[in-house]
Design a binder for this molecule. Structure first.
Ligand code: AMP
Ligand code: MG
Length: 484
């Protein structure tokens, strides 16, 4: 039976040739469906016969591309751990097309792990099942937490073996994104001093993501401001749930403001500001507490790439960029206060009184308290008869704890919002790893049950979930691997 067509409209493929290359998904010898996200498919207006797993596996392995698919690999560069690489590009991902979703938003559909492209360099263009499962779990959990993110539409195994530390089943994730334009895409053309391409890309990004700036006096400056604001909001979101991206290279920062490129990412269990999971981040460049400043650093690279489009002399353009970037820190701090204010039920957290959160985090760090559980427990405590006592006892009733607790209870004025700001369930790293290990052995039950548990993280049901508990010390998984 022929596949009903996807409602493709491929705008990126219509951009100049220097932006992309044709790419063809490799044939998967024996594709099998791992999971399909039907609510998302519906949102995208994609009609597939869901009961036909064979057909789904064939489509989302890239074996039978839907009509009007225009598979391409996108060009981009990027700073990796601070070092510039002039050419990266989609080395193991193929954009098959764009659709306009039910909210009239344009969305990319990309196969990640579908084989080599012109940008693969020495890589095999493939993905082992581990990273595919991790991205599926964490990106969908992120969405359920209300945080902007790329989504997972489908995952399949290919039937071929991928060699990493050892042989692993090969897999493909179908990723859906507002777009795949990265800071590194701008850097690609800036490095080549191709000002016309920078302008074309900026115009495209404005039309796609920030249409309101199109009519402003200085649209390219406004683009920088808008992207910086989105990043400030996004990183504040991450901080509020203890998420550590792990590889905040400029090629992994999306202009759309979505979380993108889930590699060695993880959610923190016990709170420590310096937490790092990634095995390749030996110096902690991308540690929890560094994320906002890395955001700034990446935005500075974005600003540099846009400079040729700014009015005035080079010096004037640099001054303008500095001013615009300066606003990022203020915006981030305000976004952080807004998130953490909600987490502690204080409606007006200000620079003057935000120390109540810093004191709380210091107590958590000293006590090795679980980040997620502590905030959820504080939420419960607000309903108790003597909340002040209960809060102090979270941290052993020390003088510090009592002082903090009386300060917090004195400020508490909106306890109800805490239920919506403090999830009970997050994708804890030991659970993600357990789901991955089982999947590597062909058992998907843990993966599916974890996915079910992550669907409604703020609900009362989530408080009874088996997946709520922090790991016992011997269960902790403090390291993650890129597994690329
Ligand atoms: P990442 O670390 O996922 O941000 O990827 C950095 C760059 O390496 C991107 O250009 C990827 O396309 C490329 N890359 C990562 N893994 C592979 C692979 N297995 N084969 C080809 N290219 C890859
Ligand atoms: Mg990447």
């Amino acid at each position: 039976m022929p596949l009903p067509p996807f409602p493709f409209d491929n705008s990126y493929a219509r951009l100049p040739e220097s932006f992309h290359q044709p790419a063809k998904p490799a044939q998967a010898p024996d594709p099998e469906l791992i999971r399909f996200n039907s609510p998302l498919a519906e949102e995208l207006g994609i009609e597939v016969n869901e009961s036909d797993e064979h057909e789904l596996a064939s489509v989302f392995s890239g074996n039978s591309l839907p009509e009007n698919a225009e598979p391409i690999a996108l060009a981009y560069a990027g700073h990796q751990f601070g070092n510039f690489v002039p050419q990266l590009g989609d080395g193991r991902a193929i954009l098959i097309g764009e659709v306009i979703d039910q909210c009239q938003k344009r969305r990319d559909i990309q196969l990640k792990g579908a084989g080599r492209t012109g940008f693969s360099r020495g890589g095999d263009g493939r993905a082992p099942i581990g990273p595919v499962i991790r991205e599926y779990i964490v990106s969908e959990a992120m969405h359920a937490l209300g945080i902007p993110t790329t989504r997972a539409l489908a995952a399949v195994t290919t039937g071929s073996t991928v060699m990493r530390e050892g042989p692993e089943p090969g897999a493909i994730l179908t990723r859906v994104a507002a777009s795949h334009i990265r800071v590194g895409t701008f850097e690609y053309f800036a490095y080549r001093q191709d000002t016309e391409a920078i302008r074309t890309l900026a115009d495209y990004a404005i039309a796609r993501h920030y249409p309101s700036v199109m009519f402003e006096d200085q649209p390219y400056q406004s683009l920088l401001r808008a992207v910086a604001e989105q990043q400030a909001e996004l990183i504040a979101d991450w901080m509020s749930v203890g998420f550590i991206h792990g590889v905040m290279n400029t090629d992994n920062m999306a202009i759309s403001g979505e979380t993108v490129d889930y590699g060695p990412c993880a959610f923190m269990d016990h709170y420590h500001a310096d937490t790092v999971f990634s095995s390749i981040d030996a110096r902690g460049r991308y540690a929890y507490a560094n994320q906002a400043e890395i955001g700034y650093w990446n935005l500075a690279r974005f600003a540099e790439s846009l400079l040729p489009l700014f009015d005035g002399s080079k010096d004037e353009a640099i001054e303008t960029a500095k001013t615009l970037l300066g606003a990022y820190r203020e915006h981030y701090n305000a976004a952080w206060r807004q998130r953490f204010g909600r987490k502690i039920g204080v409606s007006n957290l200000t620079p003057e009184n935000e120390s109540v959160v810093h004191d709380l985090l210091a107590l958590m760090q000293r006590n090795g308290s679980d980040f997620t559980e502590t905030f959820r427990e504080m939420t419960r405590i607000t309903q108790m008869d003597s909340p002040q006592k209960a809060a102090a006892s979270l941290f052993g009733n020390t003088d510090d704890a009592q002082q903090w607790s009386s300060c917090w209870i004195g400020m508490l004025d909106s306890p109800d919002v805490m239920w919506e700001a403090n999830p009970a369930v997050i994708p804890r790293n030991h659970q993600v790893e357990a789901a991955i290990s089982a999947a590597q052995q062909g058992d998907l039950r843990r993966f599916h049950s974890l996915m079910a548990a992550l669907k409604a993280p703020f609900s009362a049901d989530a408080d009874n979930s088996d997946y709520r508990s922090p790991p016992a010390p011997q269960e902790r998984v403090p390291r993650t691997f890129c597994g690329t």
